[in-house]
Design a protein around this ligand. Structure first.
Ligand SMILES: Cc1cc2nc3c(=O)[nH]c(=O)nc-3n(C[C@H](O)[C@H](O)[C@H](O)COP(=O)(O)OP(=O)(O)OC[C@H]3O[C@@H](n4cnc5c(N)ncnc54)[C@H](O)[C@@H]3O)c2cc1C
Length: 287
């Protein structure tokens, strides 16, 4: 339970942080809230020789409207998402999901950037980012680039981040006014990671689903966008048969690991239930 030895660096600018990461090489890791990295270090599952703490860098925090998008700085904490009126008004699904992450102590420190950059299939924010059509700003020695969340996740703990890059901001298009939303998360106890979770954003018109996106958490080695299941519900009034079909189509792309949260078949079964619950609740909220 004691991490291996490491050197601690606290750069004051993004340029200094990028310089440190490229000078120190593979053995250096950015440190955000530390609530995924430090537990991994204590278990010796991560043994970085250098930690580059991002807390001293101005400009990595904040929630700013930018035209028809909201831009969230990577070092914005989950607690700051929860208390933001802008988030509650424009992206209420983020508020709902942040409240389901761990406990207040973790949320005071854990950042949205660390949550989405970590690559842990159990993290809640990545599936939301797929559902919302978000993109990530990555800055590195070669300059800045924008990567869609749908392109970012390549395997468990394996992402599009290149060595030396820092995720600096998350850009989320505003969902349409009157959209319905829901994040349904089954967990063994308060503070646990998801056994299975589903995010839904949809719009309704004349009692029928006009648009829909469905994201899945901890049901594969990466977060998933259940695009075919979303297609199944578009144009329907979400009757029982459609919900059942959408759940079955979503289950077909799930391949969770068997672990302490249950065997594969159980996790797929409850994953399907999370999809139907999220669809139903999102529809009930749509204007
Ligand atoms: C008891 C407990 C329960 C938890 N339950 C949940 C849960 O239910 N759901 C959930 O989603 N999370 C959960 N978490 C994890 C928590 O949300 C973490 O805070 C989050 O996953 C990582 O954010 P962080 O800021 O702490 O990042 P860190 O731990 O500092 O970093 C995580 C990883 O991302 C990298 N990284 C961090 N920031 C950047 C960046 N800007 N650019 C590039 N790389 C970066 C780091 O190098 C590291 O590899 C839990 C944690 C604990 C301790």
């Amino acid at each position: 339970m004691i991490p291996g030895p490491f050197s601690y660096h606290r750069p004051a600018t993004l340029a200094d942080a990028l310089n440190l990461l490229s000078t120190l090489g593979d053995e250096a890791r950015p440190l955000a809230g530390g609530h995924s990295l430090v537990p991994m270090m204590k278990l010796r599952l991560a043994t970085p020789e250098h930690l580059v703490d991002l807390h001293g860098i101005d400009g990595l925090k904040g929630i700013c409207p930018d035209g028809n998008r909201i831009v969230i700085g990577a070092m914005t904490t989950q607690h700051e998402l929860l208390v933001s009126e802008q988030i509650a008004r424009s992206l209420p699904i983020l508020h709902e999901a942040a409240l389901l992450i761990a406990d207040p102590q973790v949320r005071y420190c854990g950042t949205i950037g660390g949550n989405v950059a970590n690559g842990d299939p159990g993290n809640d924010m990545p599936a939301l980012m797929l559902t919302l059509g978000a993109s990530y700003r990555l800055e590195g020695p070669g300059g800045a680039r924008e990567v869609a969340a749908t392109e970012f996740y390549q395997g468990a703990y394996f992402t599009a981040l290149e060595p030396g890059e820092i995720l600096t901001a998350i850009s989320i298009p505003l969902p349409p006014a009157g959209h319905g939303y829901a994040y349904e998360k089954l967990k063994r106890k308060v503070g646990d990671y998801a056994t299975a979770a589903a995010a839904v954003i949809l719009t309704m018109s004349g009692g029928k689903v006009a648009s829909c996106a469905i994201g899945l958490t901890n049901l594969h080695e990466t977060p998933l966008l259940a695009a075919e299941a979303a297609r199944v519900v578009i144009g329907t009034s979400l009757d029982a048969a459609t919900l059942e079909r959408a759940s079955a189509v979503a289950k077909a792309i799930m391949s969770p690991a068997a672990d302490a949260r249950g065997p594969v078949e159980y996790r797929k079964h409850v994953g399907g239930i999370m999809v139907t619950r999220a669809l139903t609740r999102a529809a009930s909220r749509a204007g």
